[in-house]
Design a protein around this ligand. Structure first.
Ligand code: KIV
Ligand code: ZN
Length: 389
């Protein structure tokens, strides 16, 4: 089996920051960038240097601060953007430039208002311009998944000829289906002249809830870099979520020889920091980091978990730095779970007392939905023969 280390490219501080209302001050970006390095990210895209003096400064300071992580300078295929990205990342230990230019007909007609020939010329000139300053050049044909193959190949051949080293194939509007997206990578790799000299990267948006599935399909199709954000934040419905992708690879990818450099124990902390600093709450049912992701309410599940956690858990939450005991007590809880929780408070009930306690508990749970531990102990006081004192 071939071992493949997938490179994780984090764009929380660039594409993620494009989540409405999530704008960051440079100091906040610096704090988050430090945590992203701790998490084991391979490449960080800390912002869009040409977009504002604050973003320029953030990218510059992060470039000076991080030692291990590659820094990505991002910009349009425009000289002034390239200059800003080159200057902001100048002091980085390792860096790449990331240029984008639309390749779909709808973008060329309505956004760029340019012909195919003009767009190809821009791609050629701007990659050649950037290559004078930086060796590692990532190029993104924006809206690639709605571009015709023929023009997409032509654009990619053009940028490879000028020195692009990483081809990122963005699903800009989250339109692709997994099989389609994986096959697009296979076709590009097979048909683009010079395509065997470059590396491939996936960049998925989540408009149809498929960003993680599409990223995994891209990996199967030959991508070795994946662009993600913490908590899946980003434009509209967001980007591929780092924690979901990393844990999908950690949990299932070993069968196919896949791994990442992510330190899973930092996932929960990073997720909470991003949520807090960017003021973006996390949905309760969000996989991996949502409040309910490792909580179990059904009595049968709780009973199974207490016997062996693998009955209803495919991952150990502690591995991601998530506090372990997440059994929620409510009307679905069974006797076994109640007994177990009471034992934590030094209370051991006999069979008859436990039956009475469970009856009382169910009545109150019907009224309250969720029963806290403090409430549990109050019920105990009310139960004949069960009083804690
Ligand atoms: O979604 C997108 O197309 C992008 C590119 C600029 C890479 O974010
Ligand atoms: Zn994007």
């Amino acid at each position: 089996m071939e071992n493949r280390r997938i490179r994780i490219f984090d764009t929380t501080l660039r594409d993620g920051e494009q989540s409405p209302g999530a704008s960051l001050y440079p100091e906040e970006k610096i704090v988050l960038a430090r945590q992203l390095e701790r998490l084991g990210i391979d490449t960080i895209e800390p912002g869009f240097p040409a977009s504002s003096p604050g973003d320029f400064r953030a990218v510059q300071e992060i470039s000076r601060m991080l030692q291990r992580t590659e820094i990505c300078g991002f910009g349009r295929a425009v000289k002034s953007d390239i200059d800003a990205a080159v200057n902001a990342t100048r002091d980085a230990n390792r860096r790449r430039l990331h240029l984008f230019l639309s390749s779909s007909q709808i973008h060329m007609d309505f956004q760029l208002k340019k012909s195919r020939e003009q767009v190809l010329q821009i791609a050629r000139d701007m990659v050649a311009y950037a290559k004078q300053f930086v060796d590692t050049i990532e190029f993104s044909p924006m809206d690639a998944t709605r571009s015709g193959d023929e023009f997409l190949y032509e654009m990619l051949e053009t940028v490879i000829a000028e020195g692009a080293t990483i081809l990122n194939i963005p699903d800009t509007v989250g339109y692709a289906l997994p099989e389609e997206y994986g096959n697009l990578f296979r076709r590009v790799r097979a048909n683009v002249r010079g395509g065997d000299r470059v590396e491939y990267s996936a960049h998925c948006h989540n408009d149809l809830g498929l960003a993680v599935a599409n990223s995994l399909a891209a990996i199967a199709g030959g991508a070795t870099h994946v662009e993600v954000t913490i908590n899946g934040i980003g434009e509209r419905a967001g980007n591929c979520s780092l924690e979901e992708l990393a844990m999908a690879i950690a949990t299932r990818g070993q069968d196919s020889g896949l791994s990442t450099g992510i330190d899973a124990s930092q996932i929960y902390e990073t997720s909470r920091m991003v949520s807090r600093i960017m003021n973006l709450p996390i949905a309760y049912n969000k996989p991996i980091v949502g409040r309910n992701a490792f909580q179990h309410e059904a009595g049968i599940h709780q009973d199974g978990l207490l016997k062996n956690r693998s009955t209803y858990e495919i991952m150990d939450p502690e591995r991601m730095g998530i506090p372990r005991d997440m059994i929620v007590l409510g009307k679905h809880s069974g006797r076994h779970a109640l007994k177990h929780r009471l034992e934590r408070y030094g209370v051991t009930l006999g069979e008859a007392e436990l039956a009475r306690f469970t009856e009382q508990f169910k009545e109150e749970a019907d009224a309250c939905k969720v029963i806290s531990d403090a409430h549990l102990l109050r019920i105990l006081d009310k139960t004949p023969g069960g009083g804690a004192g």
